[in-house]
Design a binder for this molecule. Sequence first.
Ligand code: F6R
Ligand code: MG
Ligand code: MG
Length: 371
Amino acid sequence: EKITISVIKADIGGWPGHSRVHPQLVETAEEVLAGAKEKGTIIDFYVATCGDDLQLIMTHGKGVDSPEIHGLAWKAFEEATKVARGLGLYGAGQDLLKDAFSGNIRGMGPGIAEMEITLRKSEPVVTFHMDKTEPGAFNLPVFRMFADPFNTAGLVIDPNMHMGFRFEVWDIKEHKRVILNTPEELYDLLALIGAKSRYVIKRVFPKEGHKIPKDEPVAVISTEKLYQIAGEYVGKDDPVAIVRAQSGLPALGEVLEPFAFPHLVSGWMRGSHNGPVMPVPMRMANPTRFDGPPRVVALGWQISPEGRLVGPVDLFDDPAFDEARRKAIEIADYMRRHGPFEPHRLPMEDMEYTTLPGVLERLEGRFEPVE
Ligand code: F6R
Ligand code: MG
Ligand code: MG
């Protein structure tokens, strides 16, 4: 019997500015989801936050892309938006780009990661929640989890995962995808996903011969690109991911280990700067310095045989990640000192705010040919 895990998130108002979610929004979303749980629409849920993003984590039996589940999430966001408006929160309803729900929440503003899976005897899962960055921020850590033997010892020494994994990569500009096998196509995979603003890992699958059926994802990442949906800047598409662990998959510690290195991601202030992603416990997921630096929260779950969410365990609440946090602050200091210069500020085509066309227009008559 299969169950579906859905993580659907949206920024529907910040408190203050773009820094965190007001607790009343969490309560409102909880009320809506509790009603749905009572009616049997969903099996279980948890409402989390990361920065200014409200995160609905749900289990149910309705599969991915279920109109009922997406509609439920939309309703929770709508109700919470009303509260956000009442409180005068900043950017209330900012990620709800359409007025009415029409069957699927994709392309409507919120970010979605969903997987339908056959529960193993015991099912350890991690949900990751990032703020002030973009889906490509998961490329490096997910690559490391499932393909880098220097991160994941199991790839080398566990016969159950020695065959490697398959990566589904999306070209988010051209809207097409490709599946690459590791370790055979490792370099091709890296050639694509190193260009993280364009090629993003969408899912990871086991290979033939793995204990888990070949068509069941073992990791999934949200890849919605808000600015491409709306045609203009409407807020960062802060991503989420779901990763299964243990028993022929990366161990919990191999899933978390990539975040001991606070790698550079795009986002931060005005979605237009490179900065380190800082692994933090929930209580520290309130980016304020220069609206950042970007954050990642990891929540640990066991899924019960009936599909209940047993958790969350706040996985970065571990002093072993203190050094990554300290390093992230050091990198933040270093990057900040570049001010408006690249590579702190993003290259022109990746910036979400720009004055350049206006500046160029104003200066047009003053540019002269150079010999
Ligand atoms: C980044 C982010 C913030 C805002 C910044 C300016 O993802 O959300 O850094 O871009 O606070 O916001 P506005 O233009 O709303 O004043
Ligand atoms: Mg916001
Ligand atoms: Mg956000």
